[in-house]
Design a protein around this ligand. Sequence first.
Ligand code: FAD
Ligand code: SF4
Length: 397
Amino acid sequence: MAVTVKQSECVGCGACVNTCPFGAIEMKDDKAVITDACTSCGACVEACPVEAIQKDAVEKTVAMDKNDYKGVWVYIEQFDGKARNVSHELLGQGRILADAMGQELAGVIIGDNVADLAKDAFASGADKVYLVEGSEFKHYSTDGYTITMTDLINTYKPSVVLMGATNDGRDLGPRVAGRVGTGLTADCTNLGIDEATGYVAWTRPAFGGNIMATILCPDHRPQMGTVRPKVFKRPEQDFSRTGEIVRVASKVKAGDIRTKLIELIKVGTASCNLEEAEIIVSGGRGMGKPENFSLIEELANVLGGTVGSSRAAVDAGWIPALHQVGQTGKTVGPKVYFACGISGAIQHVAGMSSSDLVIAINKDPEAPIFKMADYGIVGDVMEVIPALVEEFKKIKA
Ligand code: FAD
Ligand code: SF4
């Protein structure tokens, strides 16, 4: 699709300039000109009072035969030879999709000396594992993994590809989708099968979390998406299950990987592995000032938990963004979630609503967080948290 201005009809009123969300319209010699920043969104078309802007639809060409694409794939992301939890969560959900589609479930493992992960993948529900090993995959690289995943998809033609919405998954998924010529629904919070079409129904928050959009991929294959960690429960593993391992040779050539890993610096992941945490103690604006976050840390320490926060606390500079829970932060699913001085805005709740047990501490009895909390303590965080710490210390002693 292309957006163009019919120069002969443009009267130079400039009404379109500010309607472009990408600043892609400029006035030159009293005529509107579309610049390279145009994404063909078409937002400007209606703004022109003389209908000088047009968006040309290019006829859709679908070169692929959808019937050639079969099976559900889960990209098994690993770090240091260990599969990320989200990969198993997706294998559990992938199994449900594959059964509903009457197709097989396969895991894709790329790494160096990672064959052992296949057993775990079978135990979590995979029928098959595509395994690509080599020293070039010791650490994740955008180039190496993109080339490999693209090659696997073009060769074996899966119908569905699921990836975790992790840092690596968010990097890899869209690139691979672009290369194989399909779409990708990012950051999904639910998956199902659309009854009318049988396609995967990808659900994700849209418009600032105010609506949940369900997206289908009708014309292209594979149907691809990234899914947030902790959206689905990790399945019970059955180690009596076995499956087929398909070893695939690496096609990555010297020079293909344009980046070089110089040093791996761990930035407090041990204290901030929110996605995998079983207990999270989060603080919000109600903590009053940055120093008071030491109380949150104390409660987290005594419980062996991890520190989280609302965006308000991050925006105030009280705690690094790494700790933010919510729509634009991490999605978490701990056994116990403490919300301390957090109001319970929809965007925060979007990231923690799958917690098993929510305990809210807030001085306002009407705070929305109490509507979804299992236990609510109406009180001042500065009094309640120290009291909790004391009691938990006694239990531990
Ligand atoms: P507030 O809403 O100000 O609430 C503070 C609470 O503390 C109040 O309920 C108050 O009663 C209580 N309180 C005050 N003093 C005390 C005290 N002494 N003792 C006990 N309680 C006390 N927010 C997120 O958290 N995560 C996100 O990922 C996120 N993404 C967003 C994305 C978009 C597009 C937008 C528009 C917003 C997003 N937000 C997100 C912001 C969100 O809308 C809220 O503004 C934010 O969650 C509010 O943080 P809070 O609850 O800490 O602060
Ligand atoms: Fe030209 Fe239409 Fe833009 Fe006015 S709104 S400057 S007429 S293209």
